[in-house]
Ligand binder design. Sequence first.
Ligand SMILES: O=C(O)CCC(=O)C(=O)O
Ligand SMILES: [Fe+2]
Length: 337
Amino acid sequence: MSDDIPVIDLAAALADDAPGDLLATVRRAAETIGVVQVVYHGVPAEVIAGFNDGFRRVLDLPREEKEQLASPTGHPYRGWRQWPDDFGRLELERFNIGQYDDSDAAEAAGLSPEHATLYTHANVWPPQEPGLRVATQRYQDAFADVARRVLGLYARVLDVPAETYPLGDDVYTTTVVNNYPKWPYDGASDDEKLLLLEHADSSVLTVLHQEGDYAGLQGRRPDGTWTSVPIRHDALQVFTGTLLTNWTDGRLRPGRHRVVAGGTVTRRSSAVFVHPSLDTVVEPLPAFADPDGSDFEPVSVWERASGNVEEYLRVFGRPEQLAAWRENRPYVAEVTA
Ligand SMILES: O=C(O)CCC(=O)C(=O)O
Ligand SMILES: [Fe+2]
């Protein structure tokens, strides 16, 4: 049953005469499961296809060619990377893209020299796909715009002014393409075939696009059970991240999700994680703050972003990966199958 992850006509929900039951549905989802699908989201089909088709061709390249697309300095959030499980079996293949190509580009876009250091490790662009850089820029901007409009909708359904969430124009975004392998091990339960473990994103909102022939993405209901997000070619999935939960003092729930293996073709997804500008400190906004205090600690977007790589490697880093990062060289995981 997927009624708890509603499909929302975003244009209708943002219209002056939006039906009350549609707004009530949005509100219920935002206050419980923290995931909605949006249709009529306004992102042109060619923007989505330009990005996804390009990355599909990249991820379909022979492994020897993809190895050349790993970050030359071992940065875990730049370029191509594979994740084996503890048995060396491929769980996930990813391509990560930073918002700016390098620190010069970040400064040219108006970031302070300190903030521009986030981009010291440059993006990797596959020479096989010369159009991908521009296609990615369009995709990331269009998805950030969807996040802005969904935030406006979430203000509307909670009856607070549209500008309540100070996302601003200078958002901080990160982008990832996920490629999940076909699962050759039959008969396993969902818990035994997790390709991406349960988590909530640390964004304000994440806007995702999924492709494949099975509903591998699942959202966690408040009672702890799971519900799948059906594949709809016209829909984008929007997850509430922990920063929005903090801003609303817990009122809007983080969309906890995971990915289960299945299907007969490679499942692909791509996500744009949308955050406020790097100089924002996120804490409950006046519209939501409880005068008796909050359980939420202030979060500095800059401290989070700048500590991200070390934190990731501390939790998930394999010894060879850590060594590569310390020695400023590419890391390519050993994969057995
Ligand atoms: O592949 C998906 O549908 C989800 C990906 C995801 O949760 C993530 O990249 O954070
Ligand atoms: Fe996620």
